[in-house]
Structures are given as structure tokens and as C-alpha cells.
Design a protein around this ligand. Structure first.
Ligand code: SAM
Length: 245
């Protein structure tokens, strides 16, 4: 399913104050993305971060990567204040990352836990290639089709996640793929309501709780407990780093 950016914006905006404490897997993704990027290159002139949110990735990036100018983007205006606390003179582009046009060419375009929201990844990647300098790097993390499989199995709701093979096929026409990694992490909760609260606090409830009535929530919780007594929630992230050819 595709999610309307207005709904994504609404839910992430509400989760901003609780995001950093609860985004355990997104934090692991950010660390892996930066670790592997720093094995490839550590010095850049211009960096553009897409979907910068509360700066989870940005905080890790400044520890290992050096740069001259930082540009950041998010659908949510207040992301600017979070990023400016980490990198004071950041140029911030508020709006849909699929539509922004940066004022300068970039050496690195980076994004953590955001590309899964894109409607047309191929179009977006071709577009970002135009914003990269020669040998520029596109580095991102996203999720693969088994992500939140418990919720998909119970409700039929899932984003249109692409497999790593599909992503490689899209990218290989425009980029040299330098590094990829897939992993899986399962969080456990004491009950399904706690799991739903976790989803809300990390802003990804655009998928699950859009129009749920009390009865629907109860029904979901009963079925979750029945089918998954340990109350697991499986995250399946991937890391992709590629170079403009
Ligand atoms: C899961 S959070 C990740 C935040 C941050 N990158 C991190 O490392 O934790 C996703 C962020 O992407 C933003 N976002 C989602 N779709 C977007 C889009 N199309 N354009 C710009 N930002 C978007 C959301 O507002 C949210 O702040």
C-alpha cells in the first residue's frame, strides 16, 4: 500500500518528542549506515540528508564523517531545529524529498529509514543522480518485504517494500553498487497495546492505526496474542551504498 505524505507528516510530527527513545532499530540502522560509509569514504564537501527527522542519523554522522556544508530535508519543519542543534549552519529544505531541488551539487546524499515511503524509487534515484557530483555517493537504509510481517499477516496491511534484489536492479542502471547488507531484528513486547504504542511513538502508525475503532484495536490485540504469544515485532532493514557512474 502507498501512504499519503500528509498522513506520514501528521504521524511523524506527533512522534518527534518520543522518537529518539523508542527508535531502537532505526538507531542500529543509522550506526550501520555510517560505519559502512566511513569504510568507503569519510570526507565530503556537500552533504544532503533526506528525511532528517530528529537527527538520529545526523548525530552519528558528525562523529565519523567530515564535510564543508550540510543540507537537510524533511516533510516536517521542526526537523530543522533538531538538525541545527547538531550542525548549526545547516541549509534546510522543508517538503517532500521527491520534489526538492538543492541549490548546489552534492558529494553525498544520505537517508536513514525513509526510502520505504517513496512511491517510485526508480524515479527518485534517477532524480538524485542529477544532484550528485561525479563519484558522488547515495547511501540509504530502508526495509525489505518481511518487515513487520506479523502485522501484515494479521491485517494484510504493509507498505510496498522492495526486496534487495529489486533495489539492486533499479540502482545498477545508474550507480555502481558498493555495499549492501540485510539484517533482521525482533523486538518483544509485554502485550499488543505496548507494541501499538511503540509503533505510534516511532511515527510509523500511518500504516496500522489510521481508522481503527476501539473494537478493531481489541480484535487486533486478541488475534496478536493468539498467533504470536511472545508479542514479537520483526524489523527487516537493509543498507545500500552506491556511487554515481
Ligand atoms: C523513520 S523517520 C527517520 C528519521 C531520521 N532519518 C533517523 O535517522 O531517525 C522518517 C522521517 O522521514 C520523513 N519523511 C517521510 N517521508 C518523507 C518525504 N517524502 N520527504 C521528506 N521527508 C519524509 C518523516 O517526516 C520522518 O521525519
Amino acid at each position: 500500500m502507498q501512504v499519503n505524505p500528509k498522513l506520514i507528516k501528521k504521524h511523524f510530527e506527533k512522534s518527534f518528542d518520543t522518537y529518539n527513545k523508542n527508535a531502537i532499530v532505526q538507531k542500529i540502522m543509522a550506526e550501520k549506515l555510517i560505519e559502512n560509509l566511513s569504510n568507503i569514504r569519510t570526507e565530503f564537501d556537500n552533504i544532503l540528508e533526506l528525511g532528517s527527522g530528529t537527527g538520529l542519523l545526523t548525530s552519528d554522522l558528525v562523529k565519523k564523517i567530515s564535510f564543508k556544508k550540510y543540507f537537510a530535508n524533511d516533510l516536517i519543519e521542526k526537523s530543522k531545529f533538531y538538525i541545527n542543534k547538531i550542525i548549526p549552519d545547516t541549509v534546510f529544505y522543508c517538503g517532500n524529498a521527491q520534489r526538492i531541488t538543492p541549490s548546489q551539487k552534492m558529494d553525498l546524499i544520505i537517508s536513514n529509514a525513509m526510502f520505504q515511503w517513496f512511491e517510485n524509487l526508480e524515479k527518485v534515484c534517477i532524480n538524485y543522480k542529477r544532484f550528485l557530483k561525479k563519484d558522488g555517493i547515495l547511501a540509504f537504509s530502508t526495509f525489505s518485504p518481511e518487515n513487520f510481517k506479523e502485522i501484515r499477516n494479521l491485517t494484510g496491511l504493509s507498505l510496498d517494500y522492495k526486496s534487495l534484489e529489486e533495489i539492486k536492479n533499479i540502482l545498477k542502471k545508474e550507480f555502481e553498487i558498493v555495499y549492501t547488507e540485510e539484517f533482521s531484528t525482533t523486538l518483544k513486547f509485554s502485550n499488543p497495546l505496548e507494541l501499538l504504542a511503540h509503533i505510534k511513538k516511532t511515527g510509523v502508525n500511518s500504516l496500522t492505526t489510521q481508522y481503527w475503532t476501539f473494537k478493531e484495536v481489541k480484535n487486533f490485540c486478541d488475534r496478536y496474542k493468539d498467533q504470536y504469544p511472545d508479542i514479537p515485532l520483526t524489523y527487516c532493514p537493509m543498507i545500500v551504498i552506491c556511487k554515481k557512474i
